[in-house]
Design a protein around this ligand. Structure first.
Ligand SMILES: *Cc1c(COP(=O)(O)O)cnc(C)c1O
Length: 223
């Protein structure tokens, strides 16, 4: 099937209250434009350089989401245009995002990335680290960032039970943080979870934002 067919099919499975982030990493600008032609406007990338190259040549009404691990020294390249950074996992990078927000005269929306998978290699905070960050006096001074919710990646496994429990863990973190720190903050509302293999389960478990790549664009070639 073509990108357009894939996307139109996937859209029929996603409720109106869930945002579909089309993950276009490793795919060409032409592929993004094909998806764009169906009305898709939200795209996700995980490498700063690749994102900036696409942003430069693609339509201005695309909402770009950054979903990869973000190094502090690269924040400046995406700060002028990024709609949402899904992958904040330290006060250091958050402080840098705030600094670039000030420079660009905009408030930058971010999600806190949580470590929910059983795999060693994944990035992200645990609940204790997130609370320490939110209670740090420095955090309270950051007025050009907006914490819009949480993000997580489940284990790469066929075992639906493991994935389901990891999604539930993330929802539980969201609820605890909402109650303790964000009860008065309407912006704290997003739970970014679910990819090509598990997005339907993620939606069932309360996802508000799914990040789907290969089911739309096909398999990635990393060479
Ligand atoms: C690549 C990627 C996705 C999309 O993965 P698919 O399995 O291709 O849908 C989602 N989230 C993150 C963080 C990614 O890096």
């Amino acid at each position: 099937m073509s990108i357009i067919d894939n996307l139109n099919q996937i859209k029929t499975t996603i409720p109106a209250n869930v945002t579909l982030v089309a993950v276009s990493k490793t795919h060409t600008a032409e592929a993004v434009l094909e998806a764009y032609s169906t009305g898709q406007r939200v795209f996700g990338e995980n490498k700063v350089q690749e994102l900036c190259a696409k942003q430069l040549i693609l339509p201005n009404d695309i909402e770009w989401h950054f979903i990869g691990h973000l190094q502090s020294n690269k924040v400046k390249y995406i700060a002028p245009f990024i709609t949402l950074i899904h992958s904040v996992d330290s006060l250091k990078v958050l402080t840098e995002i705030n600094k670039e927000g000030i420079k660009n005269n905009r408030t930058i929306s971010c999600l806190l990335e949580f470590y929910i998978a059983s795999e060693e290699s994944k990035f992200g905070l645990d609940l204790t680290e997130a609370e320490a960050m939110l209670e740090n006096p420095i955090f309270k001074t950051l007025d050009h960032i907006c914490i819009a919710g949480v993000m997580g990646m489940a284990s790469y496994t066929d075992d639906q039970n493991i994935i389901k429990n990891e999604f539930r863990q993330l929802v539980s973190y969201f609820n605890q943080l909402k109650a303790k720190y964000f009860s008065a903050c309407a912006d704290f509302k997003e739970i970014s979870m679910g990819m090509s293999g598990d997005y339907l389960l993620a939606i069932k478990e309360g996802s508000t934002m799914v990040r789907v790549g290969s089911s739309i664009f096909g398999e990635r070639n990393y060479r």
